[in-house]
Design a protein around this ligand. Structure first.
Ligand SMILES: Cc1ncc(COP(=O)(O)O)c(C=O)c1O
Length: 374
């Protein structure tokens, strides 16, 4: 895109996934958690980056953690011989046969799952690695502390290889309950005397609570160079790199007179005569419809001296297009390259201007957007 050599024949929108950035971010996690093994969390098609790209960029991980057994199958079919963790374990007992065949580790968070595993303790390939999940206060999945030890003993007696696991609700916040400290204390108490490896930390805990990492850390969002808190400053401070870059082009330019409006609902009124750039990207591509006026878009070589500039969105994002204020971009033309998010425009900033978090935007990249793995 941008130059005729790279120009797409069809609609000029493209997501690039940078495997070098994956490698960089994984190395950063190794530096931050040198004593721990790493489950690279690649659920939701690697947070929208494609499993293929994640596999290519993260092949030096210790394991992949995901939800869908079909994704585990994909990794095995493509040669991954290392560990795979099914983060929510079995959804149905029929999955056990495949999970064993694929040599997956299983999270166990419910009584039902314990029963399924107990009744299959002589399954060929047994014993499996089990990550028994404690509900230490998040109250989403897992055994309450008073049920945890019994579940552990039952699976241990059935000769499964046991691990302890919990998940933090607020590792990115200081003023929310339960605090990380409370959850950690609950975890320590619940597992007291039950010898087994542990897994606790998500990205926020790896960044800010390194006394609570455990034997296996479970980073997701930081692998993708996006902040757990929504603040891009975290990414800069932590030396992480954006992995996904969403780019498009200006496909038309409108010349508005002072007082004219742009787009559905006429949300933006031109304060003076001005140029508006129309970009081939809308909410059907995964761009947030709630992006406010002022949300940044990077435009290549469009500034007064041919420099790159940031132009603000003006007007409502529509299904296939969005519109930007070109007053600071006198050299912008039809065909100018723009970045919606990536190395130039942090997805965290777009998310903040849209009332959401970077997680949601990257995961929601629409299937119609072509993805190139670099
Ligand atoms: C159980 C579990 N562990 C780890 C992660 C990774 O979290 P993050 O993307 O915040 O690092 C998730 C993601 O939601 C999760 O559900």
């Amino acid at each position: 895109m941008g130059s005729s050599a790279n120009r797409l024949i069809n609609r000029p929108i493209l997501a690039s996934v940078h495997t070098e950035a994956f490698r960089h971010n994984l190395n950063r996690i190794r530096e931050l958690a040198p004593e721990s093994k790493i489950w690279s969390v690649v659920k939701a098609k690697a947070y929208g980056h494609t499993l293929e790209a994640a596999f290519k960029g993260l092949e030096s991980t210790d394991g992949f953690a995901l939800l869908d057994i079909a994704d585990a199958q994909w990794l095995r079919d493509h040669g991954w011989a290392g560990r795979i963790l099914l983060l929510e374990g079995l959804f149905h007992p029929d999955e056990l046969e495949t999970a064993v065949k694929l040599n997956c580790d299983l999270v166990v968070h419910s009584e039902k799952q314990v029963e399924w595993l107990q009744s299959h303790q002589n399954y060929p390939g047994h014993p499996l690695n089990i990550f028994l999940k404690l509900n230490s206060g998040m109250n989403r999945l897992g055994f309450r502390p008073e049920q945890y030890r019994e579940a552990f003993h039952r699976l241990h007696a059935a000769r499964y290889h046991m691990h302890h696991m919990t998940h933090f609700a607020n590792a990115d916040q200081v003023d929310r309950l339960p605090t990380v400290g409370e959850q950690f204390e609950c975890f320590e108490k619940a597992i007291d005397g039950l010898q087994a490896p542990t897994s606790l930390a998500n990205s926020a805990a790896i960044l800010w609570h390194r006394n609570m990492l455990g034997d296996w850390v479970r980073p997701g969002i930081m692998l993708y160079g996006v902040s757990p808190t929504g603040s891009f400053a975290d990414i800069v401070r932590s030396d992480l790199q954006a992995v996904m870059e969403l780019r498009s082009e200006i496909i038309d330019i409108q010349h508005l007179k002072k007082g004219e409006h742009v787009g559905y609902g006429g949300r933006y009124e031109a304060p003076e005569d001005m140029r508006i750039g129309v970009i081939a990207c809308g909410y059907a591509d995964g761009y947030p419809r709630h992006a406010k006026d002022g949300t940044p878009v990077w435009v290549a070589s469009a500034g007064p001296d041919g420099d790159d500039v940031i132009c603000p969105i003006v007007g409502q994002v529509s299904m296939d297009m969005l519109t930007i204020d070109l007053r600071g971009a006198p050299n912008a033309n039809i065909g100018s390259l723009v970045e919606l998010w990536g190395g130039e425009v942090p997805v965290d900033d777009v998310a903040q201007m849209s009332g959401t978090i970077g997680y949601e935007l990257i995961c929601a990249l629409a299937p119609r957007v072509p993805v190139v793995i670099k």
